[in-house]
Design a binder for this molecule. Sequence first.
Ligand code: TXA
Ligand code: MG
Length: 358
Amino acid sequence: KTIIVKIDKDNLKDDFAVSQLEKAGEIIRNGGLVAFPTETVYGLGANALDEEAAKKVYEAKGRPSDNPLIVHISNLNMLDDIVTQVPEVAKKLMDAFWPGPMTLIFNKSGLVPKGTTGGLDTVAVRFPNHPIALELIEKSGVSIAAPSANLSGKPSPTMGEHVIDDLDGRIDMIIDGGMVGMGLESTIIDVTSKTPMILRPGFITYEMIKDVIGEVGVDKAILSKPTADFKPKAPGMKYRHYAPEADYSIYRGTAEKVADKIIMLANEKADKGFKTGVITVDQHLNLYQRKLNKDIMVVSLGNLDKPETIANMLFKTLRDFDKAGTKFIFGEAFSQHNVGWAIMNRLTKAAGYNIIDV
Ligand code: TXA
Ligand code: MG
């Protein structure tokens, strides 16, 4: 049976919080699994240096065993045990963005089992910026391997409720710390190559990274659909991730044209009796008003001028459509600037690369 506790991240000195985090730390130390909030998405944690514990993570998620886990630390000294060397560029990035939503790929030390790294000689490390995550790592006394706390293939969880939906009964404990701050997984940067390379876009943007280290590459797989010729460098990026159950398609063009197209297609599906949804933004809601079949669920992800609001609602919205039994989702595309790149990367994968220019 899974222990489920609610903890207020701003009140960790509270007796209940202290005792529950101690219990959670003990579970991790003893090889068990605890889901916990981070500032990006919820993670499913296990002792990173315990091969058996890592195995349980793959089982609980139904995750392919070649997809490596991210190791979470709560202070820089913990790196010494995990990696062979910290390159100069990595130091600069760490100074600028840790603790925070950035994961770095290093060459792994002998202490890190291949069960944690999906068989690779490199290891992904992140120093999260969330009081519960940090306290859990401290209390457990070990670094914590944690993929996102969803069943493999589902959108990453941004609320305790999402974790409960996916993992209740499959893990030892779930710490519900409310809605996460960001809602998109960390930016992953490989610092083992001569020119560091972005493997997954996130809140730490291409521009921000460039400002700190000058030169940075981008894994081809982020920009287009992986083919037989090239494989993404982050094994996880090759799977159809973040996917809702519905047939989801994205339309790109001027707001009015996109809205007209979506209205036509959505009404067609709804008239045939299919549960249908539309994804838009605050600024465009008026374009759909009174033109859509009344059974269609229209959701605004947020304000175009505040992309962080959009990032925050994205996975929750996809999950809500699943819960409603939605069969078709029609959505707008976003500009790929700054955080928009990460947003479009996730949406594109959720839509199975189904993007249509209008
Ligand atoms: O924000 C986050 O990063 C969240 C929270 C929980 O910290 N974690 C997360 O983990 O998103 P996960 O497992 O869902 O995604 C990890 C990604 C996968 O695409 C995986 O392939 C890649 O990181 N990765 C891990 N280790 C790697 C390595 N050694 N080389 C290349 N890619 C790696
Ligand atoms: Mg994931």
